[in-house]
Ligand binder design. Structure first.
Ligand code: ADE
Length: 246
């Protein structure tokens, strides 16, 4: 079973996300254990101080090294895992994506540190942390919501948790954006569901979906279209669209 420890000073932010829906089910069914760890439990002073002023001046506060070092060392030794991966959530990190989520889903023990304030003492980053992750080019008030997003993306990939077919279908198309989905009614306020989806012809439906994915990706995220991942008929179709547009 995978174990995930989330180190935070605001446990309340992380109380909700793991108590609903799929992640709750993953916990209940024993695919993952998720623990919220209060960084203040690793302080030794009366005020349970986790931050301090930056050397050299400047505004904002910095997370102190001692509580983080002690927390990580304690969590590692208590985990029983052969290997633990320590991740700091920060806008300075490597951009998170589906490939990274797949890699993390293979780990035995993850320790996610939710950064706060102006940042964490550099000695934590350089010696304790294995990798830094950003969930996008924007700045949150802290790493908690980023950590929740990473946990959510990783847990749904844990071996055996989701139906194999769902994931296989997804891995085939994960480098492209999703095709449009429709459900009943077949006509709503004059808007009709594309007739191919009602045809029962599975070959035609698959072809339509693939083309819709390609078209959507070309329009919205052309950066995702890697030559190597495309089939010859994909390339032909993209050329066709490009010609029509020019
Ligand atoms: N902490 C603050 N902003 C963040 C982001 N974009 N990704 C990860 N952690 C963060």
């Amino acid at each position: 079973m995978m174990k995930i420890d989330l180190v935070t000073i605001f446990q309340g932010i992380l109380d909700g996300p793991f108590k609903e829906s799929m992640i709750k089910r993953a916990i209940d069914q024993g695919f993952v254990e998720i623990n919220l760890v209060d960084l203040r439990d690793y302080t030794h002073d009366q005020h349970r101080q986790v931050d301090d002023y930056p050397y050299g001046g400047g505004h904002g506060m910095v997370l102190k090294p001692e509580p983080l070092f002690e927390a990580i060392e304690d969590l590692k030794s208590r985990s029983g895992a052969d290997q633990s991966r320590v991740i700091l959530l920060t806008p300075q990190g490597r951009p998170f994506n589906q490939k990274r989520a797949r890699e993390l889903a293979e780990q035995e023990h993850l320790i996610l540190i939710c950064g706060r304030y102006e940042g964490v003492d550099e000695r934590v980053r350089s010696t304790l942390v294995d990798e830094e992750i950003s969930i996008g080019d924007f700045v949150l008030t802290g790493g908690e919501l980023a950590a929740a997003a990473v946990v959510d993306a990783v847990v749904r990939l844990l071996p055996g948790f989701l139906a194999e077919e769902a994931l296989a279908d997804e891995s085939f198309t994960e480098l492209l954006l999703e095709y449009p989905h429709y459900t009943r009614p077949s006509e709503y306020r004059g808007m009709e569901v594309p007739s191919v989806l009602l045809s029962g012809n599975h070959g035609e439906i698959a072809r339509w979906r693939r083309r819709q994915s390609l078209k959507r990706t070309l329009e919205r995220r052309p950066d995702l279209l890697e030559e190597d991942d495309l089939l010859p008929e994909d390339k032909e179709y993209l050329e066709e669209i490009k010609k029509q547009q020019s």
